[in-house]
Design a protein. Structure first.
Length: 174
């Protein structure tokens, strides 16, 4: 999936790759699960009218699948970040994780312009900001183990942010 999404983004000269694009989608969805895929596509492509239907379908499917996996009722372990395969170079995996976090922060900012961060989400955001500064010049088993740990942390952190926003909305609707 990662390679396919990357290929579509490259084909239309998008300013980002698959990891960052997925991060944006997840950020937008964490804040507002009902957000429209069209808003996301608008962020990816300036001229989305030029995007072929089959390419648009692939992206919208990724967006909708992410929405399903972020539904609070969904089994928590289904959600994951769209990153390169474990077979890819470690530096490429780390760089993808870095830009995924960058995309996520952008997506959250796009959907949540209010300065108030509900619950623990402010702390998570600070951590993710720090992760956008990680060095992708890595190699070796220690770095590989660290990447797995950070990947798991980010995955769990995203679910915390989602839960905080769901709770925040429910509290403020009454």
């Amino acid at each position: 999936m990662y390679q396919a999404v990357n290929a579509v983004l490259e084909k239309y000269d998008a300013d980002m790759g698959a990891a960052e694009a997925h991060g944006i989608a997840v950020g937008m969805l964490c804040v507002e699960l009902k957000t429209d895929a069209a808003n996301w596509l608008h962020e990816l492509f300036i001229e989305q009218n030029d995007v072929f239907d089959e390419d648009k379908t692939l992206l919208v499917d990724l967006f909708e699948r992410s929405r399903e996996l972020l539904e609070p009722e969904t089994e928590e372990f289904g959600f994951d970040l769209l990153l390169p395969d474990e077979d890819d170079a470690l530096s490429e995996q780390v760089e993808a994780l870095r830009v995924w976090c960058q995309g996520f922060l952008f997506g959250v900012g796009y959907a949540h312009t209010n300065a108030d961060w509900p619950g623990e989400s402010a702390e998570v955001m600070r951590d993710l900001i720090e992760l956008t500064k990680i060095d992708s010049d890595v190699d070796g088993e220690d770095d590989e183990a660290a990447l797995i740990e950070v990947h798991e942390y980010v995955r769990a952190a995203i679910l915390i942010v989602r839960d905080q926003f769901v709770e925040f909305k429910n509290t403020n609707m009454h």
